[in-house]
Design a protein around this ligand. Structure first.
Ligand code: NAD
Length: 341
């Protein structure tokens, strides 16, 4: 039985759906906060809640005792996939305390839960989300997990790097088998409305303009959600021990990249979206935003060799699946912005 945090979120929902389809029981927690439209979170949850192997608890990650009570009530729980967090680089400049509560205190709650399970010899593996943002302003490409990551350029990135360091301490002290995953711009159906691909699609269908930062001179290593879920599953089975290859120090803890390894230029990306939506983008070129990074590009050689990670979905195919979902879910008036009409 697996505890999934952030189960109403984009990656948590897809991971849980895939686990339930394999008949694996999931205890899901989420606080359903209103960082973005809660109806999208509730609609994701609605697809999970009728499965007899699924149980949901609305709880905040910072409420350690409540989560411990939930875990204590399930003797078969032996695995944690921790995906709940306050996401978003730009929002961390506006509401920094949301990040300390969800990402620092919240992460500590999960480490304490893991420690208690490990004390009872019941924890197989703690897998948790980090982020490509930990690479900050690094200019050496592609980003490798061996690169230094001491210069985060946003508070969000600092909290994600802090999560890796906190986990390292707990893993060292309490022998917690743990793996951190640095996700690279995950996209797909049921995605996050605060992310550029989602905002662009919405704006293009409603005839509104889109803001493209750094005058379009940005590269992102877009990674399709199904490839991420496959990666999470493969990693979850690759439980580290203290002497595993790439274990950090003597702790049973490893950190990996989950990215596509094919960065795309933002201007090209917008052209692909135009083609798929049949809309013309009305672009506002803007300067670089504080906290943003110019390019992300994942080195995934290690991930291929350790757990066979091999992203399969091209950006064109993935975006096409996203656009199909978007049309089905939002039913935009596609006549508003059709090219040539
Ligand atoms: N999507 C990406 O491109 C991406 C990239 C890098 C890292 N990540 C990380 O992956 C994880 C999942 O991201 P996502 O894209 O699914 O984001 P998401 O915002 O869709 O999901 C996060 C979920 O966590 C919940 N949550 C937030 N704070 C909480 C709290 N204090 N208590 C309980 N629940 C809380 C939210 O309600 C949300 O449903 C996060 O840790 C995120 O930082 C995502």
């Amino acid at each position: 039985m697996i505890l999934i945090t952030g189960v109403a979120g984009f990656i948590g929902f897809h991971t849980t759906k895939a686990l339930l389809s394999k008949g694996i029981p999931v205890i899901g927690i989420d606080n359903i906060n209103d960082y973005y439209d809660t109806s999208l979170k509730n609609d994701r949850l609605a697809q999970l809640k009728d499965d007899p192997n699924f149980e949901f608890h609305k709880v905040d990650l910072s409420e350690y005792e409540k989560i411990q009570d939930i875990v204590d009530g399930h003797s078969g729980l032996d695995n944690i996939i921790h995906l709940g967090a306050q996401a978003g680089v730009r929002y961390s400049l506006e509401n920094p305390f949301a990040y300390s509560r969800s990402n620092l205190t919240g992460h500590l709650s999960i480490l304490e839960i893991a420690r208690k399970l490990q004390e009872k010899d019941k924890l197989k593996h703690l897998v948790y989300a980090s982020s490509s943002s930990v690479y900050g302003g690094n200019t050496k490409q592609p980003f490798s997990v061996d690169d230094p990551v001491n210069k985060p350029v946003s508070l969000y990135a600092s909290t994600k790097r802090a999560n890796e360091l906190m986990t390292q301490s707990y893993s060292h002290l309490y022998r917690i088998p743990a793996t951190g995953l640095r996700f690279f711009t995950v996209y797909g159906p049921w995605g996050r409305p605060d992310m550029a691909y989602f905002k662009f699609t919405k704006a293009m269908y409603s005839g509104k303009s889109i803001d493209v930062y750094n005058n379009g001179d940005m590269m992102r290593d877009f990674t399709y959600i199904d490839d991420i879920v496959d990666g999470i599953f493969a990693v979850n089975d690759a439980v580290p021990s203290g002497d595993s290859e790439y274990a950090v120090g003597d702790a049973p803890h490893r950190v990996f990249n989950l990215g596509h390894n094919k960065p795309e230029n933002l201007d090209e990306f917008v052209k692909t979206l135009e083609r798929l939506t049949g809309c013309t983008a009305n672009i506002n070129y803007k300067p670089m935003q504080p906290g943003d990074v110019k390019e992300t590009y994942a080195d995934i050689d290690r991930e291929k060799s350790v757990f066979g990670f091999e992203p399969k979905i091209t950006l064109e195919d993935g975006l096409s699946r996203f656009v199909d979902w978007f049309k089905d879910y939002y039913k935009p008036n596609i006549e508003v912005q059709k090219t040539g009409t």
